[in-house]
Design a protein around this ligand. Structure first.
Ligand SMILES: O=c1[nH]c(=O)c2[nH]c(=O)[nH]c2[nH]1
Length: 298
């Protein structure tokens, strides 16, 4: 029986970096968490503890901070992840590939009586912008996403026509609350993309579609959101979603002699529906290693 090393990668996870652009009095803040992982000629470190090719995870962390300074900031997270991946693979002949994942937390200027403040910010919502750049030799893939985009519509959602089995108790409804936390990732074709414009557009398309689709199932809403993105953004091959169905149940107020015509709900915590699907362009290039190491369905 032989034993050998399988696929491997290593690096520093969740390197927290805040960059302040202070070239003018109106500062700009970029707040990210970078997970850098490298692949390459790394058999010997695993099999013999030979560290001669083991670019220390500490060095990877320092490189994140140093390149942010040398680059004059982070810019679009996709550009920064590509910069890091190209640096690591280009600078060390024993490193052949890289996976750089970045999460970006958003800040907006505090609105004061005198207008948006120059250097005071408030965290805007729970939304996180994400990217995973995978580089394998000369090949590069970019998968970007959004997490924590929490949306709710108070009507315009129905759910009926589902199978009734001996275990079915759910009542059919033609009017319910539909609420979810959108987690989505989308795979770009190529790397020559205006990343910030694409992200803003995808986010807006998803929100527009969620709001304007009269929903017969969260699955249908999800598919509509993915379709809207693919129809408008030719640079995107595929969108994957994971969306909880955050149930809101009508409270029975009859013990108090009150009716409840769709006004008072209990927002259930768990369990929740978990709806996941990919929406794909059928003529898009194959994903290659793009989805590798993207955790979970998305
Ligand atoms: O939009 C829905 N999809 C389902 O699959 C489902 N299942 C369920 O109990 N409620 C819902 N709602």
């Amino acid at each position: 029986m032989g034993i050998r090393l399988g696929d491997n990668q290593y690096g520093k996870a969740e390197v927290r970096l805040v960059h302040v652009a202070r070239d003018t009095a109106v500062h700009r803040v970029k707040d990210v968490s970078v997970t850098s992982q490298l692949r390459g000629d790394l058999d010997a470190v695993h099999t013999a503890g030979d560290n001669s090719h083991c670019l220390a995870t500490d060095t990877q962390k320092n490189t994140v901070y140093a390149l942010a300074r040398e680059n004059g900031g982070v810019g679009a997270v996709e550009d920064f992840a590509l910069l890091l991946a190209r640096h690591f693979v280009g600078a060390h002949d024993y490193i052949h590939g890289a996976r750089q994942e970045i999460h970006e937390y958003s800040w907006e200027r505090i609105a004061t009586a005198e207008g948006p403040h120059d250097h005071s910010f408030v965290r805007s919502g729970t939304e996180t912008r994400t990217t995973v750049v995978t580089k394998d030799g000369d090949r590069e893939w970019v998968v970007s996403g959004i997490e924590g985009l929490t949306v709710l519509k108070s009507t315009g959602s129905e759910f009926h026509g589902f199978p009734r089995t001996p275990y079915t108790t759910l009542a059919e409804t033609t009017d319910r609350i539909l609420a979810t936390d959108v987690k989505a990732r989308w795979r770009y074709i190529g790397t020559d993309v205006d990343w910030d414009a694409a992200y803003a557009s995808v986010r807006a398309l998803m929100l527009e579609s969620f709001a304007t689709t009269h929903s017969l199932a969260l699955q249908q809403t999800l598919y509509g959101m993915g379709t809207a993105v693919l129809e408008a953004r030719p640079e995107i091959a595929e969108v994957r979603f994971s969306m909880p169905n955050k149930h809101h149940f009508l409270v029975d107020l009859s013990p108090f002699g009150l009716d409840n015509p769709g006004e008072v709900f209990v927002a259930a915590d768990r369990p929740y529906g978990k709806i996941e699907a990919a929406v794909e362009r059928d003529d898009a290039p194959a994903p290659g290693r793009a989805w590798e190491s993207v955790p979970g369905f998305v």
